[in-house]
Design a protein around this ligand. Sequence first.
Ligand code: ADP
Length: 499
Amino acid sequence: MNISVNPLVTKHSNLNSALRMTIGGAQVDARDGSTMPVIDPSTGRQVATIPEGKAADADRAVKAARERFQSPEWRKMKPVARQRLLLKFADLIEAHADELAELESIDAGKPLAIARNSDLASVIDVFRYFAGWATKLTGETLDVSVPRMPDGEFFAYTKKEPVGVVVGITPWNFPISMASWKLAPALAAGCTVILKPAEDTSLTALRLGELALEAGYPDGAVNIVTGRGHEIGAALVAHPGVDKVSFTGSVATGQAIGRSALDKMTRTTLELGGKSPVIVMPDANLDWAVTGAAMAIFFNQGQTCTAGSRLYVHRTIYDEFVERVVEAAKQLKIGPAFEDGVFFGPVISEAHAEKVMSYVDTGRSEGVHLTLTGERLDRPGYFLSPTVMTGTRESMRVVQEEIFGPVLAAAPFDTEEEAIELANGTPFGLAASIWTENLSAAHQLAAQVQSGIVWVNCHNLFDPNLPFGGVKLSGLGKDLGRSAVESCLEQKSVMIRLQ
Ligand code: ADP
């Protein structure tokens, strides 16, 4: 294979080893030999190729996962053994964290320090957290009356059983984090898994496939396949051997997956897009709120499903607040993933850079005021600078549609009621943040915002124990927390007649 490795990558990355799929315990290429390029968004250069799996590869991955799921060895595995495997997997990820962070930086353009200290650190925590759940799953015993048999005596209980073969389909913005969100709860629940990472960012997932085998997962328990969403992804979702699909990505793809899955009653968790509001009350701690609002939208170049892309500030502090957010945006160090001190890397691809910039034009034609005008930087790679739009109105596309880039739409409000109306005024309901020092207001506003998660005086903070997932068009079901494990379990009711 002819690979020109990014010259900046020398220390830890073993790029060659992260280039094959893991199916049934073997490292394999696509059955028909097809490959797809791996592009480094910091340079725009191709650094490697990875397998472009197709329906035939989906099929062999499902067969391997099914066979393993049905094997006596797997079915009889004790919870404590599942826990140990997950802990071993976590230890190996930790031991290889520098390497994985480098792969993530090459692949997704994430500044290296962020990939290492944020993404990898959280992935290790996620695996260790879900390892704990393997030994803590419970059913219930229930007192039942059975009206039809008034003299009968019964014992009833529920039992949790692994749903079966779980397919995880992940997006390109947080590749290894999303992989951990899909793999860890399913494995804790006793399922076998097939992970299909996004075509733009598959390297860390492929490497996880090898580490899973090293951790001791038996053949077929953890499978990693790569390829195009509409081919191998769609083939996995439609496959009769799949019991559950856990998807994170766009609304349109999530809807298509949901429809296809419903044909076979395949279970789904769908974590979709957002247009998350940041509401700043007049009594907010402004230092926190300004930094928080800027980070909410500009972290990961705005490529975050929970990005705080709509800023609503009380009119009495609006002008000063926006000015300070613009100042904060101008301070962000933009540069390639491997440059020291960079906070703001490239966006994922040429096509995405064009899409984001086209929204800046859309805003202009809709009549927004460009308080800070984002520009395409004149250098190799896919670099854009941040945009702050003011004078926005609810009906505008730039306020209603997910841009998934560093583009902020700001507007003032006068009353709490108006803030809530604005916050709830899109089809999305993924996340929101409220900035206030008033405890009562915080709780009252949190109760009224339609979203899966509400942060108060913080934004974009996740914890493995805190369920995460959206309402409205932002999705169905939860990742993380106990809910994520429960979603990989079926509840069986058992009733025994004693008398
Ligand atoms: P984006 O538009 O940002 O690429 P998508 O929601 O289309 O986001 O992609 C998220 C993930 O879903 C990726 O792994 C992609 O390959 C996969 N995907 C895309 N289309 C389909 C599909 N029809 N069926 C299954 N997976 C898909």
